[in-house]
Design a binder for this molecule. Structure first.
Ligand SMILES: [Zn+2]
Length: 108
């Protein structure tokens, strides 16, 4: 099978799926969804949004939404706890991300 987006390579006879960003092996075999794949590190580096879900019993879970380009948004677990806590984390992460993007722009 030929892949347009997924980075699948021969690895001494066994297939390997590589992170599209940093090229570390994230899975083995030749059978992978043809989309851009990121390793956990790269995926969490590129959040485009954060969402909070009410899990009931006063527990809230914060997820980062990651742009997987061709595969659509993927949800990654960030933290779990009372509403105040996850809302605080959410606002902090949004601000951190904005600061990081501003820094990237100023470096160009
Ligand atoms: Zn990576």
């Amino acid at each position: 099978m030929n892949y347009e987006f997924a980075d699948v390579r021969f690895n001494s006879g066994n297939g390997a799926l590589l992170c599209n960003n940093c090229s570390i092996i994230i899975d083995y075999g030749f059978d992978h969804e043809d989309k851009v794949h990121y390793c956990k590190k790269c995926a969490v580096d590129k959040p485009i949004d954060y969402v909070i879900e009410d899990k009931g019993f006063g527990t809230y879970v914060l997820y980062s939404i990651v742009d997987t380009d061709f595969g659509g948004p993927a949800k990654n677990f960030v933290a779990k706890g009372p509403k105040d806590y996850v809302e605080y984390l959410q606002s902090k992460l949004v601000l951190d991300e904005l600061a990081r993007q501003a820094q990237e722009l100023s470096l160009e």
